[in-house]
Design a protein around this ligand. Structure first.
Ligand code: ZN
Ligand code: ZN
Length: 117
């Protein structure tokens, strides 16, 4: 006598969802992917920022999913990009204080803010 096939639910995580703490970073323009697992263990989230900045320094573009805060001086050709809002604002305020120049901060969400001396 044949037993009906048993439908056993597996007591394991559903692996249809992507892992949330993916230590990889990819770049569509380069068609490459890097595993930052070791760097993440060593320096934490800074690893992503460091990698992104290094990638830009060497290739001229940022990897996928990296957005930067851009600070642009309205009086001289100084422009900086920072992945963290805090870093961008620090640079902006320092530049304003030392040069008396107004600067524009372009946020990752498309917002613009002018800081006057
Ligand atoms: Zn690239
Ligand atoms: Zn300036």
């Amino acid at each position: 006598m044949a037993l009906p096939a048993q439908r056993r639910s597996v007591n394991g995580p559903d692996d249809t969802e992507p892992p949330s703490n993916d230590p990889t970073i990819s770049c569509r323009r380069c068609g490459r992917e890097w595993d930052l697992g070791e760097e993440l263990d060593a320096v934490g989230n800074q690893a992503f920022e460091q990698f992104a900045l290094d990638h830009r320094r060497h290739t001229g573009h940022f990897p996928d999913g990296v957005a930067t805060w851009r600070v642009e001086c309205r009086h001289c050709p100084e422009t900086v990009e920072r992945i963290e809002e805090g870093g961008a604002k620090r640079w902006a305020h320092t530049h304003v204080r030392h040069t008396n120049h107004a600067v524009t901060i372009h946020g990752t969400d498309g917002t613009e803010r002018v800081i006057e001396p």
